[in-house]
Design a protein around this ligand. Structure first.
Ligand SMILES: [Zn+2]
Length: 176
């Protein structure tokens, strides 16, 4: 299926040695400033990611707790991202052919000792990707609005956004 604008969260980390933003899960993966990132499969060159029976594709989650688990270094930045191209939708996120950053989320609570460093990292990401910095509540609201809209095409339309989201989160995978 091809879905555009499925919105989710993704943590990236600043690597001060490389002077680049990298993937916390795969530190050799650099998040350059090219805008759209396309997935490649390292297991099978014939794959057009994401393949059902493979792990290829770019991952993102709707779940803040999952996204926060990817803080591997001191300077982490939470990005609001959207999918492009072929996308597999899961309960807690998606795996897509392409991914684009749409905003930098200022997610670190003020009480956190890393708050000041986090602000520096947010500013750096905002400059590097030329994207706005938004607060966490705004980021999560935007994500829900976009995804509820998207959901209405593929699930029975519910009377409230909350019911629609619940249905969506309970389903293992939407058959599109
Ligand atoms: Zn693959």
């Amino acid at each position: 299926m091809n879905i555009n604008n499925a919105v989710a969260l993704k943590m990236i980390s600043w690597d001060s040695t490389k002077g680049e933003f990298i993937s916390p899960a795969r530190p050799d993966f650099i998040w350059g400033d090219e805008g759209i990132k396309s997935a490649e499969c390292h297991k099978n060159p014939n794959h057009e990611p994401p393949q059902e029976n493979c792990t290829c594709g770019i991952y993102a989650t709707y779940d803040l707790i999952i996204a926060e688990e990817y803080q591997r270094r001191e300077l982490n930045v939470l990005m609001l991202v959207e999918s492009g191209g072929k996308t597999i939708i899961y309960t807690k996120g998606w795996r897509s052919q392409q991914l684009r950053f749409i905003a930098v989320i200022n997610f670190m609570p003020k009480e956190n000792p890393l708050y000041f460093k986090s602000q520096l990292a947010c500013n750096q990401a905002s400059d590097y990707y030329q994207l706005p910095i938004i607060n966490l509540k705004t980021g999560l609201t935007v994500m829900d609005i976009f995804n509820t809209h998207l959901l209405s095409y593929y699930q029975p339309v519910s009377t409230t956004r909350e019911i629609a989201l619940d249905l969506w989160r309970q389903s293992n995978e939407l058959k599109i």
